[in-house]
Design a protein around this ligand. Structure first.
Ligand code: 5GP
Ligand code: MG
Ligand code: MG
Length: 197
């Protein structure tokens, strides 16, 4: 169990499980892009570690760039997504792989698809390391998925809880505070830290 700010998180995925998923995606992409050099466009900040390892596992030439959007505050989405940093490389006529850490509601993904639909790229595909399939209700298919996970809040391997936890090599899952309260005080929701999530 680890503590970040006011919340406790329990181990969920090991470094080995994560690296196996990253390698699987790298090889799937390589299979589809034998004859050209793709550009990986990482979505900051969450995807920085995934992009880095994805490129290390990628067996051929590849390029990298980043975009930055904003949507999450704490444990729940504000629903507001804005572009804070745009791709500066010339991506016209190129194949772009958008690299996301996690797909939850799909709102951010929708914004990304919109962003790249307005460009003259040859094609764009989406790779996401984690995918909350129970929550996702977007129409866009995710081309490369690492691991499908339940709809619980996770941290580690680039993913944060209020900016902490990104440096962890493993992934941890929120240990609901009401469970701790249930044990300590005998009723759910007692004590502090009942923020939705
Ligand atoms: P969506 O727009 O699909 O609802 O959410 C996408 C973004 O929200 C992700 O790129 C990530 O930054 C954040 N997010 C979604 N679920 C989680 C989660 O379980 N943990 C963390 N740390 N961030 C999440
Ligand atoms: Mg993200
Ligand atoms: Mg975040």
């Amino acid at each position: 169990m680890i503590k970040l700010h006011d919340k406790h998180f329990k181990p969920f995925l090991s470094e080995e499980q994560i690296q196996a998923a990253v390698k699987k995606i790298a090889l799937e992409i390589a299979e589809d892009y034998r004859d050209e050099t793709p550009i990986f466009v990482g979505v900051l900040n969450g995807a920085f570690m995934f992009v880095s390892d994805l490129m290390k596992h990628y067996p051929h030439d590849c390029e990298v760039s980043f975009v930055k959007l904003s949507s999450y505050q704490g444990l729940t989405s504000t629903g507001i997504v804005e572009t804070l940093l745009d791709v500066s490389e010339d991506i016209e006529g190129r194949s772009v792989i958008i690299v996301e850490d996690i797909i939850d509601t799909g709102r951010t993904l929708q914004q990304l698809v919109h962003l790249f639909s307005d460009t003259n790229v040859k094609e764009f595909k989406i790779a996401s390391l984690f995918y909350k399939s129970e929550i996702y209700n977007g129409e866009y298919t995710i081309d490369y998925v690492g691991i499908e996970i339940p709809s619980k809040f996770i941290v580690g391997y680039g993913l944060d809880y209020n900016e902490l936890g990104r440096n962890l090599k493993e992934v941890y899952q929120l240990n609901p505070s009401h469970m701790i309260n249930l044990v300590l005080f005998g009723k759910p929701g007692a004590g502090k830290g009942t923020q939705a999530g």
